[in-house]
Design a protein around this ligand. Structure first.
Ligand SMILES: CC(C)(COP(=O)(O)OP(=O)(O)OC[C@H]1O[C@@H](n2cnc3c(N)ncnc32)[C@H](O)[C@@H]1OP(=O)(O)O)[C@@H](O)C(=O)NCCC(=O)NCCS
Length: 187
């Protein structure tokens, strides 16, 4: 018999990263052989405490499912100079994909950004692994920022040789309804 899996898990809770989340997150990524060292999440906690980054995690009970972060002063110069916060490092564990979890994480990240900025930015890789994310962002209304692709956050010139790795990125922006996040808890 095929088990029925609900399209949307109503019990998903999206909330800021806490120190006790580091162990279940790193264990979950280890189990799917993704290299996600605990130092990354310990650094995120430090950056979150300093107000540089907000880290949102998705849990179903004690079970970790995915996360996203918002960098409030991103390294990418066009975003930084325009005061555009950047959504970074969106990940959902493979077996929980296509259940709307990334959409829930993006909703909450955008809600928090909208309390501070009318525009949100994001960078997406160009090779095939990023195909799902490219579609997700386009369907949410993100459009290219007009600077073409960047490599290690440097805008590329025509003819410049680069490697199609995780640092080859197209930056996108989306206009947000101003103040949509103000009614909720502080970002
Ligand atoms: C991209 C990613 C976060 C999406 O997570 P998710 O929880 O599966 O996304 P959602 O269920 O919210 O998908 C929302 C919509 O995006 C599109 N989409 C998502 N995955 C897709 C896929 N594999 N193929 C085509 N479209 C896809 C669909 O339109 C989907 O809506 P639908 O399921 O009703 O058709 C996930 O695939 C992932 O972790 N990928 C690896 C890491 C990554 O690329 N992160 C982004 C870095 S920029």
């Amino acid at each position: 018999m095929v088990a029925f899996e609900p399209r949307m898990d109503a019990e998903i809770l999206i909330r800021p990263l806490q120190p006790e989340d580091v162990e279940p997150i790193t264990a979950a990524f280890r189990a799917v052989r993704w290299h996600k060292p605990r130092e990354q999440y310990e650094r995120y906690l430090v950056e979150q405490a300093a107000g540089q980054r907000t880290v949102l995690v998705a849990f179903a009970g004690a079970e970790f499912r995915g996360y996203v972060t918002v960098a409030w002063q991103p390294d990418y110069v066009p975003f930084r100079e325009a005061g555009v916060p950047e959504i970074q490092d969106l990940n959902v564990l493979p077996r929980f994909r296509r259940q709307g979890i990334a959409s829930r994480l993006m909703d909450e990240a955008e809600r928090r950004v909208s309390g501070r900025s009318g525009t949100v930015g994001i960078g997406v890789g160009l090779f095939r692994d990023y195909g799902p994310a490219q579609r997700l962002y386009a369907l949410r209304g993100y459009v290219p920022d007009g600077h073409g692709a960047a490599y290690h956050n440097q805008i590329l010139r025509g003819g410049e040789p680069v490697r199609a790795d995780d640092d080859l990125v197209l930056h996108l922006t989306r206009a947000l309804p101003r103040g949509a996040g103000r009614a909720g808890p502080p970002a």
